[in-house]
Design a protein around this ligand. Structure first.
Ligand SMILES: [Zn+2]
Length: 239
Protein backbone atom coordinates (compact mmCIF):
# COMPACT_ATOMS: atom_id res chain seq x y z
CA UNK A 1 0.00 0.00 0.00
CA UNK A 2 1.44 3.41 -0.94
CA UNK A 3 2.17 5.55 2.10
CA UNK A 4 3.28 9.17 2.61
CA UNK A 5 4.67 10.36 5.93
CA UNK A 6 3.76 14.01 6.43
CA UNK A 7 5.24 14.77 9.81
CA UNK A 8 5.91 12.88 13.03
CA UNK A 9 2.33 11.83 13.65
CA UNK A 10 0.57 12.16 10.30
CA UNK A 11 0.58 9.46 7.62
CA UNK A 12 -1.44 9.07 4.43
CA UNK A 13 -2.29 5.58 3.18
CA UNK A 14 -3.68 4.97 -0.30
CA UNK A 15 -6.54 2.62 0.57
CA UNK A 16 -7.97 2.46 -2.96
CA UNK A 17 -6.22 2.67 -6.30
CA UNK A 18 -7.01 1.73 -9.88
CA UNK A 19 -10.07 3.45 -11.35
CA UNK A 20 -10.65 5.74 -8.34
CA UNK A 21 -8.35 6.55 -5.44
CA UNK A 22 -9.18 6.91 -1.75
CA UNK A 23 -6.78 7.90 1.02
CA UNK A 24 -6.80 7.42 4.78
CA UNK A 25 -5.09 10.16 6.76
CA UNK A 26 -4.00 9.02 10.22
CA UNK A 27 -3.21 12.22 12.12
CA UNK A 28 -2.33 10.73 15.50
CA UNK A 29 -5.49 12.25 16.95
CA UNK A 30 -7.91 10.53 14.58
CA UNK A 31 -8.47 9.12 11.11
CA UNK A 32 -9.90 10.84 8.07
CA UNK A 33 -10.98 9.06 4.91
CA UNK A 34 -10.65 11.21 1.79
CA UNK A 35 -13.07 9.97 -0.90
CA UNK A 36 -14.66 6.54 -0.83
CA UNK A 37 -14.63 5.05 -4.35
CA UNK A 38 -17.37 3.15 -6.16
CA UNK A 39 -19.72 0.54 -4.70
CA UNK A 40 -17.95 -2.33 -6.43
CA UNK A 41 -14.64 -1.33 -4.79
CA UNK A 42 -16.17 -1.51 -1.28
CA UNK A 43 -14.84 -4.95 -0.39
CA UNK A 44 -11.29 -3.98 -1.43
CA UNK A 45 -11.57 -0.69 0.48
CA UNK A 46 -12.67 -2.45 3.69
CA UNK A 47 -9.92 -5.06 3.34
CA UNK A 48 -7.33 -2.31 2.97
CA UNK A 49 -8.73 -0.33 5.90
CA UNK A 50 -8.45 -3.43 8.08
CA UNK A 51 -4.78 -3.86 7.14
CA UNK A 52 -3.88 -0.43 8.53
CA UNK A 53 -2.16 0.01 11.89
CA UNK A 54 -5.21 1.84 13.25
CA UNK A 55 -7.88 0.47 15.58
CA UNK A 56 -10.89 -1.08 13.83
CA UNK A 57 -13.95 1.13 13.62
CA UNK A 58 -12.00 4.32 14.01
CA UNK A 59 -12.77 6.53 11.06
CA UNK A 60 -13.67 9.89 12.59
CA UNK A 61 -14.49 11.81 9.46
CA UNK A 62 -15.05 11.34 5.72
CA UNK A 63 -14.01 14.24 3.49
CA UNK A 64 -15.25 14.20 -0.11
CA UNK A 65 -13.33 16.06 -2.81
CA UNK A 66 -16.72 16.36 -4.56
CA UNK A 67 -19.74 14.12 -4.97
CA UNK A 68 -19.42 12.43 -8.36
CA UNK A 69 -20.45 8.80 -7.91
CA UNK A 70 -16.93 7.40 -8.28
CA UNK A 71 -15.88 9.36 -5.17
CA UNK A 72 -18.88 8.96 -2.90
CA UNK A 73 -20.78 5.74 -3.63
CA UNK A 74 -19.56 4.23 -0.34
CA UNK A 75 -20.07 7.36 1.76
CA UNK A 76 -23.43 6.47 3.27
CA UNK A 77 -22.41 2.85 3.95
CA UNK A 78 -19.17 3.92 5.66
CA UNK A 79 -20.93 6.64 7.63
CA UNK A 80 -23.27 4.04 9.11
CA UNK A 81 -20.51 1.47 9.66
CA UNK A 82 -18.11 3.88 11.39
CA UNK A 83 -20.64 6.37 12.81
CA UNK A 84 -18.71 9.28 11.38
CA UNK A 85 -19.59 12.65 9.85
CA UNK A 86 -19.18 13.55 6.17
CA UNK A 87 -17.69 16.81 4.94
CA UNK A 88 -18.02 18.21 1.43
CA UNK A 89 -18.47 21.71 0.08
CA UNK A 90 -21.94 23.14 0.72
CA UNK A 91 -22.34 23.64 -3.05
CA UNK A 92 -22.77 19.84 -3.27
CA UNK A 93 -25.53 19.67 -0.65
CA UNK A 94 -28.47 19.65 -3.10
CA UNK A 95 -26.92 16.74 -4.96
CA UNK A 96 -26.17 14.62 -1.87
CA UNK A 97 -29.79 14.91 -0.78
CA UNK A 98 -30.94 13.53 -4.14
CA UNK A 99 -28.23 10.88 -4.53
CA UNK A 100 -27.15 11.99 -8.00
CA UNK A 101 -24.50 14.52 -8.98
CA UNK A 102 -24.61 15.45 -12.68
CA UNK A 103 -21.45 14.72 -14.63
CA UNK A 104 -19.71 18.00 -15.42
CA UNK A 105 -19.59 19.24 -19.01
CA UNK A 106 -16.91 17.63 -21.16
CA UNK A 107 -13.81 19.67 -21.97
CA UNK A 108 -13.66 18.21 -25.52
CA UNK A 109 -16.36 17.27 -28.04
CA UNK A 110 -16.22 13.54 -27.21
CA UNK A 111 -16.45 14.08 -23.47
CA UNK A 112 -19.19 16.72 -23.96
CA UNK A 113 -21.35 14.14 -25.73
CA UNK A 114 -20.53 11.56 -23.08
CA UNK A 115 -21.52 13.78 -20.16
CA UNK A 116 -24.77 14.85 -21.88
CA UNK A 117 -25.67 11.22 -22.56
CA UNK A 118 -24.78 10.15 -19.00
CA UNK A 119 -26.88 12.93 -17.44
CA UNK A 120 -29.78 12.26 -19.82
CA UNK A 121 -29.81 8.53 -18.98
CA UNK A 122 -29.43 9.25 -15.25
CA UNK A 123 -27.93 5.78 -14.85
CA UNK A 124 -28.41 3.93 -11.58
CA UNK A 125 -24.74 2.99 -11.70
CA UNK A 126 -23.93 6.71 -11.37
CA UNK A 127 -26.26 7.27 -8.40
CA UNK A 128 -25.55 6.79 -4.70
CA UNK A 129 -27.44 6.60 -1.43
CA UNK A 130 -28.20 10.13 -0.15
CA UNK A 131 -26.37 11.31 2.97
CA UNK A 132 -26.12 14.37 5.20
CA UNK A 133 -23.21 16.78 5.31
CA UNK A 134 -21.73 18.24 8.45
CA UNK A 135 -22.36 22.01 8.52
CA UNK A 136 -19.29 24.05 7.55
CA UNK A 137 -18.48 25.48 11.00
CA UNK A 138 -18.63 22.09 12.68
CA UNK A 139 -16.57 20.58 9.86
CA UNK A 140 -13.84 23.21 10.30
CA UNK A 141 -13.80 22.69 14.07
CA UNK A 142 -13.58 18.89 13.74
CA UNK A 143 -10.78 19.08 11.18
CA UNK A 144 -8.86 21.46 13.43
CA UNK A 145 -9.34 19.08 16.34
CA UNK A 146 -7.98 16.15 14.30
CA UNK A 147 -4.98 18.11 13.01
CA UNK A 148 -4.51 21.86 13.30
CA UNK A 149 -2.47 21.85 10.08
CA UNK A 150 -5.26 20.49 7.88
CA UNK A 151 -6.81 23.03 5.54
CA UNK A 152 -9.69 22.78 3.09
CA UNK A 153 -9.07 24.71 -0.10
CA UNK A 154 -12.14 25.35 -2.30
CA UNK A 155 -11.05 24.69 -5.89
CA UNK A 156 -14.14 25.26 -7.99
CA UNK A 157 -13.67 24.16 -11.57
CA UNK A 158 -14.21 20.42 -11.99
CA UNK A 159 -17.46 20.95 -10.08
CA UNK A 160 -18.81 24.02 -8.32
CA UNK A 161 -18.21 22.31 -4.97
CA UNK A 162 -14.78 20.75 -5.52
CA UNK A 163 -12.32 21.00 -2.64
CA UNK A 164 -8.74 19.97 -1.97
CA UNK A 165 -7.35 19.05 1.44
CA UNK A 166 -3.93 20.49 2.25
CA UNK A 167 -1.80 18.80 4.89
CA UNK A 168 0.75 20.89 6.72
CA UNK A 169 1.66 22.70 3.49
CA UNK A 170 3.34 19.45 2.44
CA UNK A 171 0.90 17.29 0.48
CA UNK A 172 -2.48 18.06 -1.06
CA UNK A 173 -5.29 15.63 -1.77
CA UNK A 174 -6.80 17.05 -4.94
CA UNK A 175 -9.69 14.86 -6.15
CA UNK A 176 -10.44 15.49 -9.82
CA UNK A 177 -8.86 18.95 -9.91
CA UNK A 178 -5.65 17.31 -11.17
CA UNK A 179 -5.41 13.84 -12.71
CA UNK A 180 -2.17 11.87 -12.55
CA UNK A 181 -1.74 9.62 -15.58
CA UNK A 182 1.31 8.94 -17.76
CA UNK A 183 3.66 10.91 -15.54
CA UNK A 184 1.79 14.14 -16.27
CA UNK A 185 -0.53 16.47 -14.41
CA UNK A 186 -3.66 16.25 -16.51
CA UNK A 187 -6.58 18.55 -16.97
CA UNK A 188 -9.85 16.76 -16.05
CA UNK A 189 -11.87 15.63 -19.12
CA UNK A 190 -15.01 16.95 -17.40
CA UNK A 191 -15.18 20.42 -15.85
CA UNK A 192 -18.01 22.86 -15.08
CA UNK A 193 -15.61 25.82 -15.34
CA UNK A 194 -12.38 24.91 -17.19
CA UNK A 195 -10.86 28.35 -16.54
CA UNK A 196 -11.33 27.83 -12.80
CA UNK A 197 -9.48 24.50 -12.98
CA UNK A 198 -6.39 26.41 -14.11
CA UNK A 199 -6.98 28.93 -11.34
CA UNK A 200 -7.16 26.00 -8.89
CA UNK A 201 -3.85 24.62 -10.21
CA UNK A 202 -2.31 28.03 -9.57
CA UNK A 203 -3.82 28.07 -6.05
CA UNK A 204 -2.23 24.68 -5.36
CA UNK A 205 1.12 25.94 -6.65
CA UNK A 206 0.80 29.06 -4.50
CA UNK A 207 0.76 26.72 -1.48
CA UNK A 208 4.04 25.19 -0.27
CA UNK A 209 2.77 21.67 -1.14
CA UNK A 210 5.15 19.56 -3.20
CA UNK A 211 3.07 16.42 -3.72
CA UNK A 212 -0.46 16.27 -5.12
CA UNK A 213 -2.47 13.07 -4.66
CA UNK A 214 -5.21 12.85 -7.31
CA UNK A 215 -8.57 11.10 -7.38
CA UNK A 216 -7.40 9.11 -10.40
CA UNK A 217 -3.87 8.02 -11.30
CA UNK A 218 -0.58 8.47 -9.49
CA UNK A 219 0.90 11.17 -7.29
CA UNK A 220 1.86 14.34 -9.16
CA UNK A 221 4.96 16.31 -8.17
CA UNK A 222 5.10 20.08 -7.91
CA UNK A 223 7.47 20.27 -10.91
CA UNK A 224 5.11 18.19 -13.05
CA UNK A 225 2.13 20.37 -12.12
CA UNK A 226 4.14 23.54 -12.86
CA UNK A 227 5.21 22.19 -16.26
CA UNK A 228 1.69 21.10 -17.20
CA UNK A 229 0.19 24.47 -16.20
CA UNK A 230 2.86 26.29 -18.20
CA UNK A 231 2.21 24.08 -21.24
CA UNK A 232 -1.56 24.67 -21.16
CA UNK A 233 -1.16 28.42 -20.65
CA UNK A 234 1.31 28.62 -23.56
CA UNK A 235 -1.21 26.81 -25.76
CA UNK A 236 -4.00 29.22 -24.78
CA UNK A 237 -1.87 32.35 -25.25
CA UNK A 238 0.99 31.50 -27.68
CA UNK A 239 3.78 34.09 -27.63
ZN1 LIG B 1 -15.43 14.03 -10.68
Amino acid sequence: MRTWHIHNHCTIYQVLGGRSNAYLIATGKGNILFDTGKTHARKRLLQNLHKLPIPAHSIDLIVLSHTHFDHCQNARYLQQRYHCAIVADEEESTFVRSGFTPIAAGTSIGFRLLSRLANYLHLKSMSYLPFDLLPRQQATALLHQLDAQLQILPTRGHTQGSICLLLAGHTALVGDTVLGYWGKALFPPFAEHPDLVLHAWQQLLDSPCHTFLPGHGRAVSRTTLEQSLHKIRTKITPS
